[in-house]
Design a protein around this ligand. Structure first.
Ligand SMILES: C[S@@+](CC[C@H](N)C(=O)[O-])C[C@H]1O[C@@H](n2cnc3c(N)ncnc32)[C@H](O)[C@@H]1O
Length: 213
């Protein structure tokens, strides 16, 4: 078994096989543990960087799963033609995820997304791609909060209000903690002064509304 932090553990728990792609696999922990733990029969692990992909290849060799992993240098899904039961895109930004989903994409049953920034852009892109969220929740790992989105074809799109912070589905204490922590960051930054009109104020008003629910 590979030691995973709580973000990677949550991502692993969302994987449904048999055929899984890990886009932006990098260190390869998710791809390799999906095979060790039998979440997947076969993993197609891709990365745009040959150096990053090498880390996955080495880990797969070390853990004895290289027969079941297909490692490819690939920009997004460009080298993947197989139908996928689950495709994971984690640790990339919302704009990169949007770009990947707007290009050539194979048939995918279940999309698991964990953007490291610009999550609202990723949520919009998922909807534009024709998918809707079945789960959308927050996981705390160390001192950081991560938003995890699981989407399937043809489901309800996000409302405007859900784009920034998601659906809190299933409800979690980590979501509440993320909201409180982000609200405090904005309050500390403006230290009693009014927040100027614009994106920051919109975000702050959303945080206040969520806290008062
Ligand atoms: C921060 S790492 C994330 C690693 C892992 N997925 C995780 O969540 O821990 C991002 C990886 O995505 C790769 N990457 C960035 N853009 C990509 C793209 N368009 N297609 C495939 N891989 C990409 C980078 O080379 C890097 O290895």
């Amino acid at each position: 078994m590979i030691k995973l932090d709580s973000r990677l553990k949550a991502l692993l728990s969302e994987i449904v096989g048999p055929i899984v792609a890990d886009v932006g696999c990098d260190h390869g922990k998710l791809s390799v543990e999906a095979l060790i733990g039998d979440y997947a029969e076969k993993v197609i692990a891709v990365d745009i960087s040959p150096l990053s992909l090498n880390k996955t290849i080495e880990l797969a060799n070390e853990k004895g799963v290289s027969q079941r992993i297909d490692c490819r240098v690939s920009n997004g899904f460009e080298t993947i033609t197989e139908s996928l039961d689950t495709a994971v895109i984690a640790g990339l930004g919302g704009y990169e995820i949007k770009d990947i989903l707007s290009k050539k994409v194979p048939d995918i049953k279940r999309l698991v997304i964990c953007p490291h920034q610009n999550t609202a852009v990723a949520r919009k892109a998922i909807n534009e791609f024709g998918y809707g969220a079945v789960r959308d929740y927050v996981v705390k790992s160390g001192s950081k909060f991560y938003q995890i989105i699981v989407a399937e074809k043809g489901l309800m799109p996000y409302s405007q209000k859900e784009l920034r912070f998601g659906k809190n589905l299933p409800k979690s204490k980590d979501f509440d903690d993320m909201i409180i922590s982000r609200k405090k960051v904005l309050e500390d930054r403006f230290a009693g002064k009014e927040i100027p009109e614009g994106e920051m104020l919109n975000e702050y008003e959303e945080l206040v509304a969520i806290c008062s629910r």
